[in-house]
Structures are given as structure tokens and as C-alpha cells.
Design a protein around this ligand. Structure first.
Ligand code: AHR
Length: 621
């Protein structure tokens, strides 16, 4: 197959082409990317239980309903120590199916109530082995009238696996015959970029290496909620974590919301991602449970979004209580609350320019009301923030106003078989081009972990997007992360266990990375002697005169290629592939890795062989 890249002309390609879609699914947030590692740490929810907690020594634990830490954290963990007790007593937490102790300095934060005058020891201990990976004792002086806040730093040694539990212990003789109350116990490693309440670095580093350009959050179905009351409520995800009540998530587990709106925006800033903030748009997943909202019933929710945007775009109220938020927002830095805001380190507004109205409103009965709901939110937001790019949650014309407002974008989702993704290669050649598209979710389906054939199918689909760069401005694979112990959806881009190093770069991960890192700003015309299939391609150039030719071989035969880019002499060829179309990287084995080589051209022509079931990028300069 012979390809010739035309160096002149071309169509502009969006700098935001490849991004991330994140929602808390598969414990991707709590137990995953969010740095806090203790499960059920706030005993949250209307029916709390003792999941993950245990007692140490001659003592018992119970949920206490009468000693709330805050109104948001009304339940605490009671440790009852009988009279005459001697020896060590305390509480343990098993984490989210273990704790990934990575060898960094760890921090634990908790509140305690009870008459203590002695040492409390925080430890990380191997289940069964008793190996201590970190342990620190600090003197605590607390009383039974008020909660005392305690912070402990633990130096740790890296654990060989995630089979580790956390323990807070003290001398039983010091507290015999009394009850102690533990409130919101937290444990963090040294976080990504060392942020307070930040991200797990082992996962964040793997994300960072993708070189993505935007983050679509916080859902997904998890934005919508099962019912009106269970929607993602932005205003309950900000401020001190002890003021965040959490919520019943959509994906069958309670969300702490410790990873809240500000944390998402810090993630964006720290990773160079443009935030794409999805807002709740009057529709919950269970259409019978109070939604869709229409007419006047929508107004409070439209107003709520305007508050969200004002709060988030104008200032950041991190560390302020919900009650103080209004004053905090409206005060300039000469006012009491504005000065506190500046002292909190966030004087600059957040850089939010992209807002999506709802999620998949074409589905589940949402379509009929979406024109009205989209218009209500669009008109209100656009009037106040005309420079924001607003995105409809579907491109199904039957659910949308006609015409769509110019400048608004639309969202297209496609979970498909490998063959189905390949068949979509020319889908974007043939759609209406009046409004640009976000492809907010796409992936191969029907497998446990991304297989090589599916990854090649995704690459072909993505080439179809790049070739239509006038139309497709952004695209994000979904779902992004998966704690394999608690899976609601497969496949995912990055599965992980709690073993510190076990964060899996799947076949699809490598395709995302190769496409993202090697993305030019101009899509170039390519002439060839062959039709598309089984080999597909797209070429682009960057402002520094480098060229990227992306190739996919969707077949079991090797393919000989010659690629001509006049005047260029050397190139780096990166290839990921496997003879076995079902090859997959999993938590148990990772047989598929990209291979790099350096090529020299003959008068601007590079020759090489594409392996079976492979994706390649030729980067030439
Ligand atoms: O990515 C998993 C789910 O798929 C998302 O929450 C939803 O938007 C889609 O149906």
C-alpha cells in the first residue's frame, strides 16, 4: 500500500480532540482516583452499616447516631471499651478491597470524642502477615464533650500487594469503661501534585501520560441520578469534606463526593485539561421518579445551574462552609470573605468554557422533553455567559430544537463491536454539519478487558473523526477507570487493583495515548493506490513542521506500507498490535506493549510492515 501525504493545504483540527470522560463508576473515584483510601469512612447514607470496619482487642464497634460530627456526617464510629480492659484496643478499616500503600508519606485525618490522654497509633498492616508498612504514634488529649481533630503523618514502605488494612489503636487501660467516637477517618498517600484532598498519584500519572486535552465530568448516568433527589448536586460536593453529605450514586454504591467540583477543576488545572462541565438538566434515569421537569418546575434548577456557573467561574469557595458561600462569592478581596478566599489561595477564576446540558437525553424517555429543557438551560446560560460553548447531550435531531442555536455543539455516543466501530469509519462523512460534535463516549463493547481487535476498531473510528475535523471537535473514550473488585461496566480504559503498581495500560489505552500525543493541528490530504480496508489512515501536521501518519491494520495479514512525505528523512514508528485479535492487557498479564523504531526515508519515502491487528503512528520531522 502506497500513501503520499500532500504537504500543502489541509483542514484545521481541534486542539481539544482527545480527552477523558469521568464519572464515579466501578469505584473509579471513591476507591480509585480520589486519594482518600478508607471505605465507608463517614458511615454515610440513610442506612449506614459497618462495611470495612473492625474492632481491635477487647472492644466492640457500633454505628453511633447520637454524636454527629456535622449535619452532613451525622453518624460516627463508636468504640466501646469494657471496664478493666487492658492491652491494645482500636478500630480497623479494610479500605476499598485493600489499600495500595505506595511507599510515600501518608496522612490520616480524623475527629475523636472521648476522654483520652495518651498516644494514638495509626498503622498500615498486611492482612495475615502482620507486616507493618507504616506506623506513627502521637499524643492525643481529647474529651467527651467535643470532637478533637487529629492529623497524623506516616512514613511508609511500599507494600507488595493491596492486602493491607489501616488501624487506629491505643492502650485499652487508658480508656477502659468508656466509649470513643471516631468521625470521618481519612487516609491519603502523597497525592498527585501534592494537593490537599487530591488524587492517587499511581492512577493520575497513568492518566497524565495520555496527553489528553479535556475532561468531561461528572457523568454520565452518575450526573443524572436514579431520581430527582439522587442527582449530582454540585453544591453538596464543595467545601470541607466534613460538610459534604455524599449521595447514593447511580452505579450501586454510595459516593462520598470527596472528589467534588473543586477537585475536578484542580485535576484539570494540574493535568492541563480543559474542563467540560456537565450540568443536571431536569431528567433523572428513572423517569417515574419525579422527572422530567418541564415548565415552571424547571426554573429552580436553571437558577441552580446559574449559581453553579457563577460560583465556579467567578471564584472558588474551597474550604468555606456552605452557609458562608454566598458572601464568599459576592465579596471582592477587600471584604471579609473575599479576603479569606484570597488567603485560601484561589484568587483566579476557574477556566470553564465548555458546558454540557444533561447526559444522553435521547434515551430513557428523555427525548420528548429535551427540546424544552435544553432551550430553558441554553437560553439562561447563554444570556449570562455568551462566550461559553454549550453542548446538547445528543445529536438526535428529533430531541433537539430546530434549528439548533448556532455555535452550540452536540454529543454523540457509540459503544460498539469492533466490526461495528470499523463500519462507523465514514459515519461522520455523512452527518449534518451545521453544529460541531463532541463524541463524549465511545468504546468497544462485550468484552471484559479491551482486546486488540477492539482497539484497532476504535482507532479506525477515531480516524473517521480526525478526517472530519471540521465537525468533530472533541472525543472521549468511556468509561475511564475500573477497580476490578467492584465492576459495573466493562471494558474500561484503565483497570486497576489495589496492588500499588497494578494500574493496567490496556490495548485501548495505548491507542488513546498514541492518538493524543501524535495529534497535529492540520489534517492533510493523502493520496493512495488502495481503498480503505483492512488498512486505514489519516495524516496531520503540526506547527513545528512535524507530520503524523496514523495507521490501523484491521486484519490478520501483515501489510507492507510505503509512506511518502516529501523532504522528510527520519521518523519514529510506534506500533501496538498482536497476532491474536483477542489479546488483552489485564491485571494478571500485559502481553501487548507498543514498540518504537526509528526509520530513515529514501527520498521522503518510508517503508515498513504493519503487523496483523495493529495500530501505528509514523511521526516524521
Ligand atoms: O459510560 C457508561 C455509561 O454509558 C454512561 O454513564 C452513560 O452516559 C452511558 O450510557
Amino acid at each position: 500500500i502506497s500513501l503520499q501525504v500532500n504537504k500543502s493545504g489541509g483542514n484545521a483540527s481541534s486542539p481539544l480532540m482527545y480527552g477523558f470522560m469521568f464519572e464515579d463508576i466501578n469505584h473509579s473515584g471513591d476507591g480509585g482516583l480520589y486519594g482518600q483510601m478508607l471505605q465507608n469512612n463517614g458511615l454515610q447514607g440513610t442506612s449506614p452499616d459497618l462495611t470495612a470496619w473492625g474492632a481491635v482487642g477487647d472492644a466492640t464497634i457500633a454505628i453511633d447516631y447520637d454524636n454527629p460530627l456535622t449535619t452532613a456526617i451525622p453518624h460516627t464510629l463508636r468504640l466501646d471499651v469494657a471496664s478493666g480492659t487492658t492491652g491494645t484496643v482500636g478500630v480497623t478499616n479494610a479500605g476499598y478491597w485493600g489499600i495500595p500503600v505506595d511507599g510515600s508519606e501518608h496522612q490520616t485525618y480524623f475527629w475523636i470524642k472521648g476522654d483520652i490522654s495518651g498516644d494514638i497509633t495509626a498503622s498500615l498492616v498486611g492482612n495475615g502477615t502482620g507486616t507493618v508498612y507504616g506506623s506513627t504514634s502521637i499524643p492525643v488529649s481529647s474529651n467527651s464533650d467535643n470532637f478533637t481533630y487529629v492529623e497524623v503523618s506516616l512514613s511508609t514502605e511500599k507494600a507488595p500487594d493491596g492486602d493491607v488494612y489501616f488501624e487506629l489503636s491505643l492502650d485499652g487501660a487508658d480508656v477502659a469503661g468508656s466509649s470513643l467516637y471516631f468521625g470521618l477517618v481519612q487516609l491519603f498517600p502523597t497525592t498527585y501534585k501534592n494537593r490537599y484532598n487530591g488524587l492517587q498519584p499511581r492512577i493520575a500519572n497513568v492518566l497524565e501520560a495520555v496527553g489528553a486535552s479535556f475532561l468531561r465530568f461528572p457523568g454520565g448516568n452518575n450526573l443524572e441520578g436514579e431520581s430527582l433527589d439522587n442527582r449530582w448536586k454540585w453544591n453538596e460536593t464543595i467545601g470541607p469534606v466534613q460538610d459534604r453529605p455524599g449521595r447514593e450514586g447511580t452505579w450501586s454504591y454510595y459516593n462520598t463526593d470527596g472528589l467534588g467540583l473543586d477537585e475536578y477543576l484542580y485535576w484539570c488545572e494540574d493535568m492541563g485539561l480543559a474542563p467540560l462541565l456537565a450540568i443536571w438538566a431536569g431528567f433523572a434515569l428513572d423517569a417515574g421518579a419525579g422527572t422530567p421537569l418541564t415548565g415552571d418546575a424547571l426554573t429552580p434548577y436553571v437558577d441552580d445551574v446559574l449559581n453553579e456557573l457563577e460560583v465556579k467561574i467567578i471564584i472558588n469557595p474551597l474550604h468555606m462552609s456552605i452557609a458562608k458561600r454566598r458572601q464568599y462569592v459576592l465579596g471582592d478581596s477587600s471584604t471579609t470573605y473575599g479576603a479569606i478566599r484570597a488567603a485560601n489561595g484561589r484568587t483566579e477564576p476557574w477556566n470553564v468554557t465548555l458546558v454540557e446540558i444533561g447526559n444522553e437525553d435521547n434515551l430513557g424517555g428523555g427525548c420528548v422533553s429535551y427540546t424544552e429543557r435544553f432551550t430553558a438551560f441554553y437560553d439562561a446560560i447563554h444570556a449570562k455567559y455568551p462566550s461559553l460553548t454549550l453542548i446538547a447531550s445528543t445529536n438526535d435531531a428529533s430531541c433537539l430544537p430546530s434549528p439548533m442555536p448556532s455555535g452550540a455543539m452536540m454529543d454523540y455516543h457509540d459503544y460498539n463491536t469492533p466490526d461495528g466501530l470499523v463500519a462507523q469509519f465514514d459515519y461522520f462523512d455523512n452527518v449534518d454539519r451545521s453544529n460541531s460534535l463532541l463524541v463524549g463516549e465511545y468504546a468497544q463493547n462485550d468484552v471484559e478487558y479491551p482486546i486488540m481487535q477492539g482497539a484497532v476498531g476504535e482507532a479506525v473510528f477515531m480516524m473517521g473523526m480526525e478526517r472530519n475535523s471540521d465537525l468533530i471537535k472533541m472525543a472521549s473514550y468511556a468509561p475511564l477507570l475500573q477497580l476490578v473488585n467492584s465492576t459495573q461496566w466493562t471494558p474500561n480504559l484503565i483497570p486497576f487493583t489495589q496492588s500499588p503498581d497494578n494500574v493496567v495500560e490496556t490495548t485501548s489505552y495505548y491507542v488513546q495515548q498514541m492518538f493524543s500525543v501524535n495529534h497535529g493541528d492540520t489534517i492533510k490530504e493523502v493520496t493512495s493506490d488502495s481503498a480503505f480496508g483492512p488498512v486505514y489512515w489519516v495524516a496531520s501536521s503540526a506547527s513545528d513542521s512535524s507530520y503524523f501518519v496514523k495507521l490501523a491494520n484491521y486484519g490478520s495479514d501483515t501489510q507492507d506500507l510505503s509512506v511518502s512525505i516529501s523532504g522528510l528523512s527520519t521518523a519514529k514508528l510506534t506500533v501496538v498490535g498482536d497476532d491474536d485479535p483477542n489479546a488483552a492487557n489485564t491485571p494478571d498479564e500485559s502481553p501487548v506493549v507498543p514498540v518504537e523504531s526509528t526509520l530513515s526515508s529514501s527520498n521522503g519515502t518510508f517503508t515498513f510492515t504493519l503487523p496483523a491487528w495493529s495500530v501505528a503512528v509514523l511521526a516524521a520531522s
